[in-house]
Design a protein around this ligand. Structure first.
Ligand code: PGA
Length: 254
């Protein structure tokens, strides 16, 4: 596979510390993961980041957080800053996940602030966008995605965008077992790439990684990843078992 691929696991609020250690030790030794051409990341709960990073220092597996503060530092109880994540060598940060947008009221403006502060601290944001079921039923998916991109990436320059990963995650496909068909996903991915070309340039659009997320699993990954504008996956449920996750990585890197 010649295109660059990123397979990122999103554990959400799952796993105890013991389960985490077991997962990390197992995947660390895995031959397929150590030899794949795909880029691999696991986005895990905050308390486990430092230890996971230390175990995986020599590994190709990168570490990601699932959220970050929009503030630099100071009196923001409960928040974790981008510079704190950088100081423990975290690589990626998921920003604007639909669960954060819907359960914690994150707006496009807040998402934009988080992307900016993440980039300022030399971390790679995985910027999530995607329409709800109602929006798709009203045939508004292209407008929704356009808005999320225009507001989410406001004031972000072309050279900064080279360090942003976009994840298209139709909300109706997240955790539901209902995947977008490869044709539905490709259609939106192509639209996102053409929008980036319009807002930035063809070169920037060509280089940007656009991941698909929403019930991607070992059974459907190959088909989704074979689409020309799909550069990888953001994987929730199927990233929790080493065997499932490795199977997706194997399909991505072959
Ligand atoms: P899922 O989650 O793979 O369990 O659908 C994907 C995500 O929310 O990032």
């Amino acid at each position: 596979m010649s295109k660059s691929i990123l397979i990122a696991g999103n554990w959400k609020m799952n796993k105890t510390w013991l389960e985490t250690q077991e997962f990390i030790e197992t995947i660390h030794q895995n031959k397929i993961v150590n030899e794949t051409k795909a880029h691999v990341a696991i986005c895990i709960p905050f308390p486990y980041l430092l230890s996971a990073k230390n175990t995986l220092l020599e590994s190709p597996i990168k570490i990601g957080a699932q959220n970050v503060s929009n503030k630099e530092k100071g009196a923001y109880t409960g928040e974790v800053s981008a510079s704190q994540l950088k100081s423990i060598a975290v690589d990626y940060v998921i920003i604007g996940h639909s669960e954060r947008r819907s359960y914690y009221g994150e707006t496009d403006a807040l998402v934009n602030e988080k992307i900016k502060i993440t980039l300022q601290n030399n971390l790679i944001p995985i910027f999530c966008i995607g329409e709800t079921l109602a929006e798709r039923e009203e045939e508004r998916e292209f407008d929704v995605v356009r808005n999320q991109i225009e507001f989410g990436l406001a004031d972000i320059k072309a050279d900064e965008l080279a360090n942003v990963v976009i994840a298209y995650e139709p909300v109706w496909a997240i955790g539901t077992g209902k995947t977008a068909t490869s044709a539905q996903a490709q259609e939106i991915h192509q639209f996102i790439r053409s929008l980036i070309a319009e807002l930035y340039s063809k070169d920037v659009a060509k280089g940007i990684l656009i991941l698909y997320g929403g019930s991607m699993n070992a059974g459907n990954a190959r088909e989704l990843l074979s689409q020309p504008d799909i550069n990888g996956g953001l994987i929730g449920g199927a990233s929790l078992q080493v065997s499932d996750f490795v199977s997706i990585i194997e399909q991505a890197g072959g």
